[in-house]
Design a protein around this ligand. Structure first.
Ligand code: FAD
Length: 384
């Protein structure tokens, strides 16, 4: 097998999954990350069975670290905002593991990143490297950074640099993501404070009176904490941030007519973070020559199907499988084109589906999302 020189831009979840899978396959992988170090930013990551099934074969150290800090929601429940009526219920623990080969796990984003980073050689992560310009020459891909440094002669460059991807801009032109008119609040409270709310160890979604209005709660940190994620329409707030504080009074105000169980969760919050939600339309291409995109860089999506991280993880695995076993770097463009063909239809369908906010509202079959197997799906373009 030919060992490739691969650069991954972005040490987020998708970038680190791809980096680990490619490193394990014997490639020479370097990760370039704009931050000075890994930061404990963000709160939740919801890993549905398709995501856990893609993560587990990356190695026992990752699987064990994830399970040591994650929670395992018992069910996925839908409730109506005012009456509290339950409109759907899926078993997610043992039942999902039996059916899909993995359970649902909910984890702090920083714990997942730490598990992935610990499994990858630290000497191969270059921090404080903000990608600025990328060019492909007959000798490979060259990348330059805002600190004026350069890295040249890569056989492959992977853009895993999130919704504002510089690699995407270099490949397909700069274009700003679109504000959706929806804002999101995130809070974490000790479960002890909300233990009287029914099914507190389940993933529960409260469906509000309008499509953008919802409250989702699930356990974190092995169930010791409860994560609260609420969205609502608000055109006047445009700030996209994982660290900006919001107001708990504003949060409670938006949902003051919700059922008492939902209000009890918001009443338990001491503080909350607030962010505006942005998205893009599906791209016509993710790969070009020796460059390819994955995760939010090519399919940023609304959080309503909870598949942002899961699809990035799937991308990373399928991309690594496509680049493994090549006879020379000349085969890279065809391998990346096949990766695009294998992944784009599914990711775009989830990206578009996430806009509608109807996923599993009143039951429905989750198999096409949760049952995907990134390690064993055939390495061939799907037939129409
Ligand atoms: P991302 O997770 O966005 O990772 C992109 C990485 O690329 C980041 O590390 C970023 O610093 C780096 N990067 C960006 N531009 C450049 C550049 N020009 N050069 C070099 N590096 C670059 N989702 C949730 O559901 N809940 C959360 O609490 C949450 N918190 C988040 C906090 C942060 C700081 C970020 C960046 C994302 C967060 N997300 C959160 C989003 C979620 O992680 C992603 O939607 C999803 O996991 C897809 O991952 P990704 O790897 O494609 O992109």
């Amino acid at each position: 097998m030919h060992s490739l020189k691969i650069g991954v831009v972005g040490a987020g979840i998708g970038g680190l999954v791809a980096a680990n899978a490619l490193h394990q396959a014997g490639h020479d992988v370097v990760v370039f990350e704009q931050s000075k170090q890994f930061l404990r930013v963000g709160a939740d990551i919801n890993l549905t069975p398709n995501a856990v099934r893609a993560l587990d074969p990356l190695g026992s150290s990752i699987a064990q670290a994830v399970r040591a800090s994650a929670a395992r929601p018992t069910h996925r429940i839908s409730r109506t905002w005012d009456s509290g009526e339950e409109t759907s219920r899926l078993e997610m623990g043992d039942e999902a593991e039996r059916k899909y080969g993995a359970p649902q796990l909910t984890i702090h984003r920083a714990d997942l990143l730490a598990a992935l980073a610990d499994a990858f050689p630290a000497s191969k992560v270059r921090f404080d490297k903000r990608a600025q310009a990328i060019t492909e020459t007959p000798d490979g891909v060259d990348i330059s950074f805002t600190d004026q440094s350069r890295h040249t002669g890569l056989d492959v460059l992977i853009g895993a640099d999130g919704i504002h991807s510089a690699v995407r801009a270099a490949m397909f032109g700069a274009e700003s993501p679109r504000f959706t008119g929806v804002v999101a609040f995130r809070a974490v409270v000790p479960t002890e404070r909300v233990k009287d709310v029914p099914n507190i160890q389940a993933f529960t979604k409260w469906w509000g009176p309008s499509p953008e209005s919802q409250i989702v709660t699930f356990p974190l940190n092995q169930g010791r904490d409860t994560f609260i994620f609420a969205t609502t329409g608000q055109d006047s707030w445009h700030e996209e941030s994982w660290t900006t504080p919001g107001s708990v009074d504003e949060l409670r105000g938006f949902y003051s007519a919700f059922h008492a169980d939902a209000r009890a969760l918001l009443d338990a919050c001491d503080s909350v973070l607030k962010t505006a939600l942005y998205e893009r339309d599906p791209l016509p291409h993710w790969a070009m020559g020796r460059m390819a995109l994955l995760g939010d860089a090519c399919h940023p999506m609304m959080p309503f199907m909870a598949q942002g991280a899961g699809t990035a993880i799937e991308d990373g695995v399928v991309l690594a499988r496509n680049l493994t076993g090549l006879n020379s770097a000349k085969e890279v463009p065809a391998a990346l084109a096949l990766y695009e063909a294998m992944r784009m239809e599914r990711a775009s369908k989830i990206q578009i589906g996430s806009r509608g906010n109807n996923w599993l509202r009143a039951g429905g079959n989750a198999d096409w999302v949760y049952g995907y197997d990134a390690w064993n799906t055939p390495l061939e373009a799907p037939t129409a």
